[in-house]
Write a protein that binds this ligand. Structure first.
Ligand SMILES: NC(=O)c1ccc[n+]([C@@H]2O[C@H](COP(=O)([O-])OP(=O)(O)OC[C@H]3O[C@@H](n4cnc5c(N)ncnc54)[C@H](OP(=O)(O)O)[C@@H]3O)[C@@H](O)[C@H]2O)c1
Length: 255
């Protein structure tokens, strides 16, 4: 893969780096030369991702950290491990999340709703907040990226918990961009449409139907999201903050 720009000498934390979009972001950032702390709950998936990055010729240092973003202490331990190894941090990618269908709203499942909020919203907020504190204290700016969802703009049935949690992430990132602007910390949201990742690959026929429903007729590849994340994390567009960047094969603007 051709690196979009160099991230050499920069250090980032990426959550959900063991699979899917986070894995692709990790490989693209490694290709661009960054030092990386790859986080998620499943250590062996993270070690596989780190091994793949090294085998692909990563020039930076790659660390793995078993992390549950539903736990404040676990997220703190993740940042402590990254700082211990790299000394400083240039940014983070709050990508980890869970995608699960909801029952129709008349059969509301409060426990499942709370889980979506705790992982997707509070987990993202914990990750961003703790990382922001480090970046503010360092006093040399930085960049924060989170993963939203184009379902916030163009929804479907039986996704109420997931879409609610992601809509809140969109609002959270907008206001955080303003909190952190005085510290020269840029905050942007990557907004994928349907992308070919393990939870959706496991649903028979889903990706084919989703592709057919987009103007471009194809789902989004995790690799292209990885390349885009490198661009967003780098210094090419230093005045972009508070942006929600949609990559969805045109789905959200189609009739
Ligand atoms: N695929 C799509 O079409 C699509 C579209 C829009 C947005 N997104 C968003 O993209 C992000 C990545 O999803 P994906 O499609 O790549 O699915 P995925 O392959 O299942 O990736 C999700 C990652 O999040 C991690 N994770 C889940 N719960 C966690 C927790 N409590 N603590 C730490 N890590 C946790 C998982 O690793 P462990 O299980 O090892 O913890 C996994 O690596 C999610 O935020 C998702 O909502 C996906």
């Amino acid at each position: 893969m051709q690196a979009v720009q160099s991230l050499a000498g920069k250090s980032f934390v990426i959550t959900g780096a063991g699979s899917g979009i986070g894995h692709a972001i990790a490989l693209a950032c490694a290709e661009a030369g960054a030092n990386l702390c790859l986080a998620g709950r499943n250590l062996s998936k993270l070690e596989d991702a780190a091994g793949r990055a090294r085998a692909d010729g990563a020039a930076g240092d790659i660390l793995v950290a078993a992390t549950d973003i539903a736990s404040t202490e676990s997220v703190a331990a993740m940042y402590a491990a990254a700082l211990d190894r790299f000394g400083t941090l240039d940014g983070l990618v709050a990508n980890a999340g869970v995608m699960a269908p909801s029952p129709p709203v008349q059969d509301f499942d409060e426990a499942a709703f709370r889980q979506a909020i705790d992982v997707n919203l509070l987990g993202t907020a914990r990750t961003v907040a703790q990382g922001a504190k480090i970046l503010v204290e360092q006093g040399r700016g930085g960049t924060i990226l989170a993963t939203g969802s184009s379902l916030v703009y163009r929804s479907g049935p039986f996704m109420s918990a997931y879409v609610t949690s992601k809509a809140a992430v969109h609002g959270f990132m907008n206001t955080v961009a303003l909190d952190l602007a005085p510290h020269r910390i840029r905050v942007n949201l990557l907004v994928p449409g349907t992308s070919s990742t393990p939870p959706l690959q496991a649903m028979e026929g889903f990706l084919e139907r989703a592709a057919a429903a987009t103007p471009l007729g194809e789902v989004v590849s995790p690799d292209e999201l990885g390349r885009f994340a490198v661009f967003l994390l780098g210094d090419a567009v230093p005045h972009m903050t508070g942006a929600a960047l949609v990559v969805d094969s045109g789905k959200s603007i189609a009739a």
